[in-house]
Design a protein around this ligand. Sequence first.
Ligand SMILES: Cc1cc2nc3c(=O)[nH]c(=O)nc-3n(C[C@H](O)[C@H](O)[C@H](O)COP(=O)(O)OP(=O)(O)OC[C@H]3O[C@@H](n4cnc5c(N)ncnc54)[C@H](O)[C@@H]3O)c2cc1C
Length: 535
Amino acid sequence: MSDSVDFLVIGSGIAGLWFALQAVQHGTVRVITKDRPEESNTQYAQGGIAAVWSKEDSYEEHVQDTLIAGAGLCRREAVEVVVREGPDRVRELIDLGAHFTRHHDRADWYDLHREGGHSRRRILHADDFTGAEVVRALRAKGQAEGIRVDDHLVAIDLITERGLSRRCGEIPPAVDTVVGAYLFNPATGEVEVARAKVVVLATGGAGKTYLFTTNPSVATGDGMAMAWRAGAEMSNMEFVQFHPTALFHHTEKHFLISEALRGEGGKLQLPSGERFMAAYDPREELAPRDIVARAIDAEIKRHGLDHVCLDMRHLSREVIEERFPNIHAKLLSLGIDMAVDTIPVVPAAHYFCGGVRVDLDGATSIQHLYAIGETANTGLHGANRLASNSLLEATVFAERAAAHAGGMLGQIAEPREVPAWDVGEAVDSDEQVVILQVWEEIRRFMMNYVGIVRTHNRLTRARRRIRLVQDEIREYYWNFKLTADLIELRNIADVAEMVVLSAMQRRESRGLHYNLDFPEQDSRFIRDTVIQRRC
Ligand SMILES: Cc1cc2nc3c(=O)[nH]c(=O)nc-3n(C[C@H](O)[C@H](O)[C@H](O)COP(=O)(O)OP(=O)(O)OC[C@H]3O[C@@H](n4cnc5c(N)ncnc54)[C@H](O)[C@@H]3O)c2cc1C
């Protein structure tokens, strides 16, 4: 007999924790998470959370800013929902204990930042560690509510009625329904069957699909890959946001060098000291994110470099210490003194705008399966994400999904019994190096061929490579016992496949998708790219 709950929530970032706090009012909740409970993209969010907060601001302006960033592909209803419901969610976040930074002159008012693409000051923040503060507050509330969080458990695959009927030789149902998930325990090597009436994918993004990323190592697109393998609709996977400047360092793999440094006069240059931004945009270092990222990418490719440099040496040590205490301290710990040295930087995969296609309640195309947060494609971001909209989206959609799923719970039957995971003839692997090799290969060709600048040839090459590595992974997957690395490798290969398939369908350039063979926008492509695997 396997364990069964009402709500199985996979992921303990802002989306999963928010959902759990609401769902516990309707039924039993179990959150599972594959690393330490706080390890997530949310934990590293620096800038803040966008919400219409001041009297000078309006819903309409936030809606317009979001639509402009999305380059014609936002779903207006999703934008309206997030912008209008967002301020209430932020208020609730404050009520449950999140401390946002107050205005230095008015202690009764929050310090609102303004970020690129926002026409007003509307970013609430907790200094430059907003995400960590949000996670702290949500976890404390979760503990007070007695929500069960099981860490170091890796969800492998969804269990659905169709999958089970195939396995049992029955006729598959016309509409598929999720009934649980298989969970891997790396400490014991065992696989658990977790049954649930409702399963929620809150597994975050997939930055690790690329060689350089600002995301922590948990961001391997597991929820996206699980949904894809189960046959759920996926949308807009080609829109991957790159941050222009992540630290290039052999041990520190995902440290973000904030745009604020360029705002304070930071200059980009080649390792030889030669500046290059003027050749790309009259605004030079202050050009929008995607233009700066593309310029750096072009210089790196042109000169065969592995990084460029950001020069902050025009600022005194005192100013650096006062304005950028966290970045300065971190760099110093790595032997880089911003007052004396230039900072090695590369563009890095930052945020996946696409994901599991959901409706306005976070429901996917598989019954009783929900997707929220970065794993989902709600339609809010369209072809490009407006800064600080993603934390807001996660709270709004987690709230809506919990209300919707909670309302339906009474009509959902107890999930059926599920056969145990079949280990077959699998043996322990003595070739971990294979996993490392394939992992590196995928991340490198994704960076070079399916990164910031794409071409039809590069995409075709990437598709060929993906097929080969997927064959290798499949063989390895069935012959050797599971490890967390193998599960993640299989997932990044599936995410890579989805990004390439989607990018090949969009024969134009729009938002974050830039293809040299189709450099203009084309009105025939004002539509989502929807892909679905036949199961
Ligand atoms: C450096 C950085 C700065 C950012 N700054 C901002 C910002 O200022 N404002 C903003 O709005 N957005 C920002 N973002 C984006 C934002 O942080 C994320 O989009 C958001 O936090 C995603 O939340 P989430 O709950 O969907 O996923 P996450 O917070 O990533 O949580 C995913 C969870 O799922 C777990 N998980 C994954 N796979 C499995 C599996 N197979 N089994 C079990 N558990 C699993 C993970 O361990 C983790 O707990 C930033 C992102 C980064 C990386």
